[in-house]
Design a protein around this ligand. Structure first.
Ligand code: FAD
Length: 288
């Protein structure tokens, strides 16, 4: 069982628990992005098993009629084993997500996001995204990271493709030659990339950030350009802001919802990254 402090950050251990969490969010105007926790598999069986779980999940989303999509990590479905294992498993998930059994009443399949991991995976991830974006006429999305110096240029390639792009600041500690290290410089790059996306993208912009300054900037860019956009935040982080934003007219809000049995290290990271979370955890432990 997941202890109460950790259950702030994950929706449960099973797909049923995750889908029930999505239903609760949908009732409050927020859509879901479901992520089965797991990464860096070095053998094929767990990578294939997680890909199978996503195949089942995209069907369960359509069957239950919830407003949700999925987000997969490349190393979870085989990239650390071989590029073709990742590509084969991703193709299986995307195919299942666009099959009639995963198609909702509006005629579109379940949307599939591809998370972005460290810089060594950027090219293979963007190439895979490009293939599926074209094949599915934009029913896939990819994440790019503002802390990487290459990202502004990658966006020019992505602007011409169907599909959605999520901009995040970047969660990986990358070498200084290829990345911005200072927070202020990452924020500047985030603003630069966001401004370009609102100007050049037709299929919408996904703002993957909890930062009120970036969300306000996106609102301003929307007022200037009218490009549709969405804001994506994590389960357990600034949830009241998620619900407040969802009540506004011009933006769609998604909550990225991790679930599954591998919750321990994910929750540990979330609790460690902010003093307020650590204090909350401590209070829960001492029962105060
Ligand atoms: P930060 O720069 O960390 O913080 C800026 C401000 O935001 C803070 O000063 C505070 O005001 C507010 N804030 C931030 N966190 C909190 C909090 N816990 N509680 C209260 N206020 C807070 N990274 C990847 O590398 N690859 C991915 O595929 C990826 N996918 C992601 C998907 C989503 C939906 C999200 C939200 C993030 C994802 N990330 C990913 C992580 C991302 O790169 C950042 O590491 C993470 O979001 C922290 O940056 P930030 O923009 O949220 O704000």
């Amino acid at each position: 069982m997941i202890p109460p402090i950790a259950s702030n950050f994950v929706a449960g251990e099973t797909p049923e628990a995750a889908l029930a969490h999505v239903e609760g969010l949908n009732n409050r105007g927020v859509a879901g992005i479901l992520n089965l926790l797991g990464e860096h598999y070095e053998e094929r069986p767990p990578a294939d098993a997680d890909a199978n779980a996503y195949v089942d999940l995209v069907e369960a989303i359509a069957e239950r009629g919830v407003d949700a999509c999925v987000s997969v990590k490349s190393s979870q479905i085989g990239l650390d084993i071989a590029d073709d294992v990742f590509e084969e498993n991703l193709a299986r998930i995307v195919e299942a997500a666009n099959a009639p059994s995963a198609t909702g009443p509006d005629g579109t399949g379940t949307f599939v996001w591809i998370d972005m991991e460290d810089h060594e995976t950027t090219d293979v991830t963007l190439d895979a995204f490009e293939r599926h974006a074209v094949e599915t006429d934009g029913n896939v999305g990819v994440c790019v990271q503002a802390n990487l110096k290459r990202t502004r240029e990658d966006l020019e390639r992505l602007a011409d493709l169907p599909g959605k792009v999520r901009l995040v600041k970047g969660a990986y500690d990358e070498p200084a030659e290829i990345s911005y290290k200072k927070k202020a410089r990452v924020d500047e790059s985030y603003r630069d990339c966001l401004a370009y996306m609102f100007e050049a993208f037709d299929d919408g912009v996904a703002v993957g950030s909890h930062d009120p300054a970036m969300i306000d900037y996106a609102k301003q860019l929307y007022a200037d350009h009218g490009t549709p956009y969405e804001v994506q935040m994590l389960t357990g982080v600034r949830e009241s802001a998620q619900f407040e934003l969802a009540a506004e007219d011009d933006v769609k809000v998604y909550q990225y919802i991790p679930y599954g049995s591998k919750w321990f290290s994910y929750c540990y990271r979330r609790i460690r990254e902010r003093k307020s979370n650590a204090l909350f955890a401590l209070r829960a432990i001492v029962g105060n």
